[in-house]
Write a protein that binds this ligand. Structure first.
Ligand code: HEM
Ligand code: HEM
Length: 315
């Protein structure tokens, strides 16, 4: 009773400050953190591999390369798998928001007000700077993936192609490091924007902060609470998705005539085989492994069946 009374007596302004809105669903947060954590692993291992002083100090080149490759697999496939297994409508809405540009965005870019003033063009869920960051992230992921694949299977490509891929891969790593440091500063240090971190960790932000920074954003409705069935379904969908992603990588290996002598390639090769049909020689992936394609087809059907029967697709 006393608590209720104190709520009633609370001044309106202070109530407004404590009211929160949902900014990112569980799926959006999981997509962000899968990408962020794997990016940091790639950045750290990549920079050690490319800096002879650090490499000399730390050693373990083969292990660092395996960590780099394993992180790359989750960096490339992780966000898509999490989206498909979770609330994909929320992620698609974000993708549409990143892609939708208006005159206000162009005006904002001319006067990028990180702490909005009354003259700042009103911004939606993401301001124009955030949209550029998201677009850079998507294209950089493709470029890292393509050049990384060439470096991974370097014996399959002509020498000049591998050299070019190496130059682009390394240059992109330094550009991505600079963009990431700016992103980190805004998310963790800058007083006007660091409140956003609550949204990316816990999902909710203060309503008055959201209105001030993103006045043209209509907050999303609350999401369904977690249920045991929903969590189990998501876990199964993720496991099946990983297996299917491994198969797609294997198909790329077939075209490349890859050999599976490093640990990560070997693991992908083993995961994606129809159980009991794995060839004994780890080198030379061959088309006889079409059984693996049948296996993937079966997994895709099982996955579709589970997706059609999900307890709550928005959970
Ligand atoms: C997206 C998937 C990626 C794949 C498949 C990939 C793959 C590779 C491979 C195979 C190498 C060669 C390792 C060796 O020297 O033995 C490499 C090197 C490297 N990677 Fe990646 N990588 C990816 C993403 C990234 C990202 C996101 C970063 C940094 C943000 C990064 C930074 C580096 C750096 C700095 C090197 C060292 C290049 C050099 O030797 O000069 N990579 N990567
Ligand atoms: C420790 C590291 C990181 C922290 C603390 C962090 C924090 C955040 C926060 C708080 C947001 C939400 C901003 C909002 O409310 O709109 C966000 C969004 C985002 N983050 Fe990160 N992030 C990190 C790493 C990364 C990395 C490594 C990438 C890309 C490889 C990335 C890509 C994005 C993108 C594309 C968005 C949406 C657009 C934007 O707000 O810029 N983040 N991040």
């Amino acid at each position: 009773m006393e608590r209720n009374l104190s709520l009633v007596l609370q001044p309106r302004a202070s109530l407004e400050r404590t009211a929160t809105v949902l900014r990112f669903t569980r799926t959006e947060r999981a997509v962000h953190w899968v990408h962020a954590v794997t990016f940091l692993a790639l950045l750290t291992t990549g920079l050690i591999l490319s800096t002879s002083v650090l490499e000399g100090l730390i050693g373990h080149r083969a292990l660092l390369r395996e960590i780099h490759l394993a992180s790359a697999f989750f960096f490339v496939f992780g966000p898509g798998l999490v989206t498909r297994a979770g609330n994909r409508v929320a992620v698609q809405d974000d993708a549409r928001a990143f892609d939708r540009w208006s005159g206000d965005d162009a005006r904002w870019l001319r006067h990028p007000d990180i702490s909005p003033t009354p003259r700042t063009p009103p911004q939606g869920k993401f301001n124009a700077g955030q949209k550029l960051n998201a677009i850079f992230t998507v294209y950089a992921t493709f470029a890292f993936g393509l050049t990384g694949l060439i470096l991974w299977q370097n014996r399959r490509f002509p020498y000049p192609v591998v050299t070019q891929a190496n130059t682009i891969h390394t240059a992109l790593a330094y550009i991505a490091l600079a963009v990431f440091l700016g992103h980190l500063y805004l998310a963790v240090i800058h007083p006007a924007t660091r409140h956003a971190l609550r949204g990316m960790v816990w999902g909710r932000v203060r309503a008055d902060w959201a209105r001030h920074h993103h006045p043209a954003w209509t907050a999303i409705a609350d999401e369904a609470p977690l249920s045991l069935r929903g969590v189990a379904q998501t876990a199964i969908l993720l496991a099946l998705g990983l297996e299917i992603a491994a198969l797609f990588t294997r198909v790329a290996f077939i075209f490349l005539g890859a050999n599976a002598t490093d640990a990560v390639t070997g693991a992908i090769y083993r995961w994606s085989a129809l159980p009991g049909t794995l060839s004994n020689t780890p080198t030379g992936v061959h088309l006889l492994d079409l059984t693996a394609a049948l296996w993937a087809g079966f997994l895709i059907l099982v996955r579709r069946w589970i997706l059609a029967r999900r307890a709550d697709p928005s959970a």
